[in-house]
Design a protein around this ligand. Structure first.
Ligand code: 3SL
Length: 241
């Protein structure tokens, strides 16, 4: 039976061997929820990058650029990091280069894995189904906030573990803790997260509706996976082949 484990911060990745594993990279508020939404609205592919400069360079290739730092859209880029900004015709068929404070970093630091999947509550079941098919050991990599633990990514890890617990072994406290936390909170995630640091940070920036949106389960049948240095929606690729 394959196993499932949870890494609470990219800063802890050195403790894990990614080789041969499937990584689920998650930044619920909001990077991976936003990427999931972008694919749901027809983005062709997404290039997550670490720096603003690298991201901006993609404009010269005719790609859309998106950037966020500390919750705020960076100046000069086409898009920010709100999922609502991606619900538009302009996204369809386009390549989007994106950099965010934590989410894109978690993805890029996972490159040694055999498979990298972008997870969010919005595509929870699509990710769970893919992992069942893959039969690889799984590591959920929580983006956290600037190296520190956060609640919302941990809750997502617990939700994924709950959906996979019949088919994946877990013997570590990180996985158990995420499952227990999710089971405690799942009846009302929004209320549970009210005091969390990033919800408070976003609410101070007057970003309210994104929070409730990103906590919805199974809104999209989208499966962003890392292929040839970018993310593609495997659901669309399968339909095309
Ligand atoms: O840290 C990130 O990658 C972002 O998702 C943070 S924010 O929600 O845009 O503030």
């Amino acid at each position: 039976m394959p196993s499932i484990d949870v890494c609470y911060s990219p800063e802890l990745l050195h403790l894990y061997d990614l080789e041969g594993k499937a990584v689920v990279a998650v930044d619920i508020l909001r990077a991976t929820s936003t990427m999931t939404t972008a694919f749901a609205y027809g983005a062709a592919d997404i290039i997550p990058v670490m720096s603003l400069e690298e991201c901006m360079a993609y404009a010269a290739q005719g790609h859309l650029t998106a950037a966020e730092r500390d919750g705020i859209k960076a100046d000069g880029f086409d898009l920010g990091n709100s999922p609502f900004g991606y619900m538009q015709e302009e996204i369809k068929g386009r390549t989007i280069a994106i950099t965010t404070t934590n989410g894109t970093r978690a993805i890029r630091l996972s490159e040694a894995a055999s498979e990298i999947i972008v997870g969010s509550f919005l595509n929870l079941q699509a990710v769970a189904d893919h992992l069942r098919e893959l039969q690889l050991d799984v590591l959920v990599v929580c983006a956290g906030w600037k190296g520190k633990f956060n609640l919302e990514d941990t809750l997502y890890a617990g939700a994924l573990v709950e959906r996979l617990q019949d088919a994946f072994a877990f013997e570590n406290d990180a996985t158990l803790a995420s499952l227990y936390l999710y089971q405690t909170a799942k009846a009302d995630l929004l209320t549970f997260l009210r005091q969390s640091s990033h919800v408070r940070r976003l609410e101070n920036l007057e970003i309210h509706k994104d929070i409730a949106f990103c906590l919805q389960h199974d809104l999209y049948n989208v499966l962003p996976v890392w292929r040839h240095n970018k993310l593609v929606d495997l659901k669309v690729r399968k339909l095309e082949s």
